[in-house]
Design a protein around this ligand. Structure first.
Ligand code: BES
Ligand code: MN
Ligand code: ZN
Length: 498
């Protein structure tokens, strides 16, 4: 899809469809009123007759509106004006784009971006609208032999801003929104692939492809080399599978040579059966999504490289498949991690931390400014925060604050959880330096506490995306989260977000 920005009056748009908002109850937005005046009260008459209340999510498509140059006018309900916030704005854009896509308009001129959203700038509205538009038309149909094609799909979207002096900022925001949208699409595509296609080797190939497209350094570390590095915790997870583990390292150098890199680590379990501590059958298919952390850091890398941000970024993906088998790790096995710390693996289903700990140790060699790992780590995080907020843990308050802020700005929010040393006791093992599980209580906290033991040398945060990375049920699919949060954080660090 093509995107553009303009400013101008609604009645003068030569477009297949002009989109304007209506607040509840029956109140046209300012642009709506301008259009209504040009149309000699055509819109207000329709609204007064009761065809459009302005309820959030409602739409009304009008043809042949007098006094206009467009083929159609789409009214979109925005809900109550004083409740019009981030979520309501995104919902309005989503329903507008879906309706345009399904009702035969090749292009649309969307005036919703000229409507005030509490606390937000014009640039914010444009960036967010472009991201939401990407999400609204996203489909994953690679494996459908008959694709349900949209007969006349939407090809071009124009977002309108109020004033000409806002055009430059809006243009920059549009480019950022596009990069984030494409990063999200990559993350979702990788995540939605079934585990028989998306193996650790496939993730490595996807990273190599990204490296070629954007001139990144790419290094794939294989089993023998991991063995030599002492990554026995990571290798213990892969040992039950026929798929060899891979450690993927991508480096983007957009900053000065001596700028310390920011490092992102993504959990890349391409399928999590639980291993010998086998998971129950129900919904086990969803464990193909256990590489959403990996997908999100690759998507973030794509966006950062496309925007040529002036910073250095290193992405590390430990990738493995967690399977039972003759070579599989047994409960009670003790391994030595790359850090030298020994781990008693009491539950082979707590495998995410076992691959991440070696990746965290490996990350230190880049002398990173900060490290953020992203992982579908614990079912307990879903119980704590549901599907709305990502769990955030950090050993540094500034980094925590910056990530929370980025999440708020991106409407891809996280919520901080404690990492107090009091919880560390739960990881005691009678035989090794630690156990890989901490019992039933505070499961997402003890998982983060485990990781913290491998991240002592640098400023670090951990994002538990178990509840936010994908949706179940009839809307099943990856969300791409937290690509938007991460790119917003990096935009801010690069001085490109004001
Ligand atoms: N990948 C799962 C976490 C998960 C479960 C994410 C459900 C999303 C939905 C992880 O590897 C896992 O199995 N964690 C265990 C840890 C436990 C054995 C301490 C869990 O959460 O049950
Ligand atoms: Mn598991
Ligand atoms: Zn897992």
């Amino acid at each position: 899809m093509e995107f553009s920005i303009k400013s101008g009056s609604p009645e003068k748009q030569r477009s297949a469809c002009v989109v304007v908002g209506v607040f509840e109850p029956r109140k046209l937005t300012l642009t709506g009123e301008v259009l209504d005046n040009a149309a000699r009260n055509h819109l207000s008459d329709i609204i007064r007759r009761g065809d459009m209340e302005g309820k959030a999510g409602s739409t009304l498509l009008l043809h042949n509106v007098p006094g206009t140059l467009c083929d159609r006018v789409l009214l979109v309900g925005l809900g109550k004006e004083k409740e019009f916030g981030d979520k309501e704005f995104a919902d309005a854009i989503r329903v507008a784009v879906r309706t345009l896509n399904e009702t035969g308009s090749f292009d649309g001129t969307v005036f919703l971006t000229d409507t005030a959203v509490r606390r937000r700038s014009t640039a914010w509205r444009v960036r967010q609208a472009v991201i939401v538009a990407h999400e609204a038309v996203y489909r994953f149909d690679q494996f459908k032999s008959k694709k349900d094609k949209v007969r006349r799909p939407l090809r071009k979207l124009t977002f309108v801003v109020d004033r000409r002096n806002e055009l430059a900022a809006a243009e920059a925001a549009l480019i950022q929104g596009q990069a984030i949208g494409e990063g999200l699409n990559l993350a979702k595509d990788l995540a939605n692939l079934p585990a028989n296609v998306c193996t650790p080797s496939h993730l490595a190939e996807a990273a190599q492809k990204l490296a070629v497209e954007h001139k990144l350094d790419c290094q794939i570390i294989d089993r023998d080399e991991m063995n030599a590095l002492g990554m026995h915790s990571l290798l213990a997870v892969a040992s039950g599978s026929r798929q060899p583990a891979k450690l993927i390292v991508l480096q983007y150098k957009g900053g000065k040579g001596d700028d310390k890199p920011l490092a992102l680590i993504g959990k890349g379990i391409t399928f999590d059966t639980g291993g010998i501590s086998l998971k129950p059958a129900a919904e086990m298919d969803e464990m193909k999504y256990d590489m959403c952390g990996a997908a999100s850091v690759l998507g973030t890398m794509k966006a950062v490289a496309a925007l040529k941000l002036p910073l250095n970024l290193t992405v590390i993906v430990p990738a493995a498949e967690n399977m039972p088998g003759g070579g599989a790790t047994r409960p009670g096995d003790i391994v030595t991690s790359m850090s030298g710390q020994t781990i008693e693996i009491l539950n082979t289903d707590a495998e995410g931390r076992l691959i991440l700990c070696d990746a965290l140790t490996y990350a230190a060699r880049f002398d990173p400014d900060i490290v953020v790992d992203v992982a579908t780590l614990t079912g307990a995080c879903v119980i704590a925060l549901g599907h709305v907020a990502t769990g955030l843990f950090a050993n540094n308050d500034t980094l925590a604050r910056e990530l929370l802020h980025a999440g708020d700005e991106a409407h891809d929010r996280a919520w901080q959880m404690p990492l107090w040393s009091d919880y560390q006791e739960l990881l005691k093992s009678p035989f090794a330096d630690m156990s890989n599980v901490g019992g039933r209580s505070a499961g997402s906290v003890t998982a983060a506490c485990f990781l913290a033991r491998f991240a002592r040398k640098y400023v670090w945060a951990h994002l538990d995306i178990a509840g936010t990375a994908w949706k179940s049920g009839n809307e099943k699919g990856a969300t791409g989260r937290p690509v938007s949060l991460l790119v917003h954080y990096l935009l801010k660090r690069a001085g490109r977000l004001h």
